[in-house]
Design a binder for this molecule. Sequence first.
Ligand SMILES: *[C@@H]1O[C@H](CO)[C@@H](O)[C@H](O)[C@H]1NC(C)=O
Length: 481
Amino acid sequence: MNYNIQTIIMVPYRLLLLAAVVLHTLHCGIAAGASGPMDVEYSWVFVDYTFPSPQHRESAVKSGRFIPENCVILDVDVFQDMSEQTLYYGATGSTPNSLTKTRVFLTIPRIKPGNPASIAEIVPGNRPNSVLLAPYPNWKANVVSEDKLNCDDTIVSVFRTKIDILGRFWIVDVGTLDQFEITARSVCPPKILIFDLKNGDKLIKMYKFPPSQVKELSLFTNIEVDIRDPKGRNTFAYIADTTAYKLVVYDFKNDDSWVVDQAYFYPYPNKAHFKINGVNFDLMDGVIGLALDPIIKNNRKLFFHSFASTRESWVYTSTLQNKSLFENGLIDGSGRFFVSSEVREVQSSVEVMTNNGVLIYASMDNRLVCWNSQDPFTANKIYTVYESDEDFQFPSGMKLVNDKVWAVSCQLQNHFTTIATDRQSVKYRVLVGRVDELIKGTGCDKRSAAIPKGSQNSFAFNNNKLVVGNRRSVTSSNRQY
Ligand SMILES: *[C@@H]1O[C@H](CO)[C@@H](O)[C@H](O)[C@H]1NC(C)=O
């Protein structure tokens, strides 16, 4: 309706924004001159990599091993090595940024052919924008030659990652190629790789999920890590199987995993339609967003939601960690799994939660939104903290790193269609914003109020909206359906 008016206004505004991006990046990303609650820290027209030489790059392009328009940045993660800083400034409080070594990692899942590396690290300072990506941990691990594939030494395709507070880099390799094409195929079992960023990027662990836990249509798109002791031995990872509608629990100490089969991880058919910046698509994706709340009395909740859904759910991690509960497949989740009785405005992809229990989630209408988990999940308790139709199109990755939210927006809607993606405009962005500035003045900000013990009663969640018991899809007694 007023779409035309918007388009006319956008042209000069966009030019202004692009100029701001370039200037900002030249400033090496130091927070001076912040223009809003989320600043574009990095942006790309096309992804490019640190090929060993221009000849290597040229031959990769010629052979189709590198097709820049097919490489989509999906997730970001950040490691800040505080050790030096602690050493020199530990006692003084104020700590100059320059002593903190910041490493920024990105995932570039192999959703289409022509992607030379699926996980990479930003090479700092090499150019003002479209910065080069260095394959992680190296080029060799990212080479997939299907005729002689060694699944133990190869990273096939990564959707999302998690760096835990102990500096362990958890990478979930989905093991499939060309996910968005009719040629989609699984070439290796999905696996977790854990690298030690505090110890020369040493590989701590490689865990292949057993075949019984992987369905033909499985896609392990997200991971949350739950550390329960200071040394990190007692650690669980929760992995979202977005397309088989399951959660997989990995027990680090016992090097074991099990599948949680539960209707709460399913999509809602009437929420499978998306519209982003005028592009329509349908996606029946299940569980994708994952976020852990603070530990209270040695227990915590995992919040989660499906992509084709407008509800938020949660389960106590003590339930997920009880392997014996899930040994016989789908269980009756009522009383253990919870789903909000009310809905958010539109679907959400990824989410994070602060130590104060504030959920920050990406809304699929180009917004970033907060909700304080002490409040009921109702429309009047959900607040927009940032929105940008230009910079925040299809947010696909989000992390909380110290006091900042890091997010990726990737315009993925243009990859579900045949819309040409070779425009010379910025397509991928890494945005950064301070949590306190984002939630300031909203009802999410209750920092003075202590989190009440056993706060589950304040939660307007309803456990009998989902009927479980056989493998038919999700049904609901809610009036909305
Ligand atoms: C796991 O669940 C079973 C079945 O409900 C229960 O009997 C057992 O006590 C639980 N184990 C733990 C450690 O909570």
